[in-house]
Design a protein around this ligand. Structure first.
Ligand code: DGL
Length: 270
């Protein structure tokens, strides 16, 4: 890479979820070059193994770094972070920020000690979540629920009765237990924040990871990524038309990206 080449912060998720983190980050820093890689060809990550996810991440980074200078990676995905963060850090030569289910802040705000954690199947089965609970919430009553239906509902922008049915089937168990705090252990769920808060009649605090990840990212970004005319590129690894249309609509609504590139970029460049 030539001296003076602009650097990009690379955000990665299986789909839409990490856009919630990116959006929060851009509200704090709007003078940064960014690439967001939505690995929709391999969506959902929540049913994949650690090996598979580590393989996807490595290929994405290897493919992109041939074209772009990437001094920092943000895994804007809890599933990828709990399964493959350590491995990715060993495989790449730049810092990687992970997204960890916010169990610690949840433990500090619960009043009745009843906390719900909702995450993907892969995250729920991972030892990392047990470690977080042991370390930060061992004296709390914890209920954990895996929900791929909510991931799908977020990615597909479900609404109305269809969404109500999913909320009912995925979250009723927490209502029955009487939790007062819910941990979003998956970045996708943030897109359903308002609907989920309403489902609990505003009686539950919902805790997500956006602030922690955005601040950590800001503390690690280097000067090469800063620009008065920042670039922003969205990669979508699946070129299936419905998927592309969904993301194009997102970009029309938010204006987050200057350009959108589709197809499995990481493979094409091999
Ligand atoms: N957004 C992701 C997470 O935070 C993954 C969802 C999925 O692909 O299953 O876990």
């Amino acid at each position: 890479m030539k001296q003076g080449t602009p650097g990009y912060i690379l955000f990665i998720d299986s789909g839409m979820g990490g856009l919630s983190i990116l959006d929060y980050f851009l509200q704090m820093h709007n003078d940064v070059n960014i690439i967001y890689y939505a690995d929709t060809a391999n969506f959902p990550y929540g049913t994949k193994t650690s090996e598979q996810i580590a393989g996807y991440l490595q290929k994405i980074y290897d493919g992109l770094k041939r074209e772009y200078s990437i001094p920092l990676i943000v895994l804007a995905c809890n599933t990828a972070s709990v399964t493959a963060l350590t491995r990715l850090r060993e495989m790449v030569d730049v810092p990687v920020v992970g997204t960890v289910p916010p169990v610690k802040p949840a433990a500090s705000i619960t009043k009745n000690g009843k906390i719900g954690i909702i995450a993907t199947e892969t995250t729920v089965q991972n030892d990392y979540i047990d470690m977080l609970i042991k370390e930060f919430a061992h004296d709390k009553e914890i209920s954990i629920q895996a929900s791929s239906a909510l991931v799908e509902a977020s990615e597909r922008r479900l609404s109305g009765d269809d969404l109500d049915r999913v909320l009912e089937s995925e979250l009723s168990c927490f209502k029955d237990i009487g939790i007062d705090t819910l941990v979003f252990g998956c970045t996708h769920y943030f897109f359903l924040y308002d609907q989920i808060v309403r489902f609990f009649n505003d009686a539950v605090n919902v805790v997500d990871s956006r602030d922690g990840v955005a601040r950590r990212t800001a503390s690690l970004m280097d000067i090469s990524t800063r620009s008065s005319t920042p670039d922003s590129i969205l990669f979508i690894s699946s070129s299936d038309q419905d998927t592309v249309t969904l993301y194009e609509k997102f970009n029309r609504d938010t204006g987050m990206f200057k350009s959108i590139l589709t197809g499995d970029y990481s493979c094409q460049s091999e």
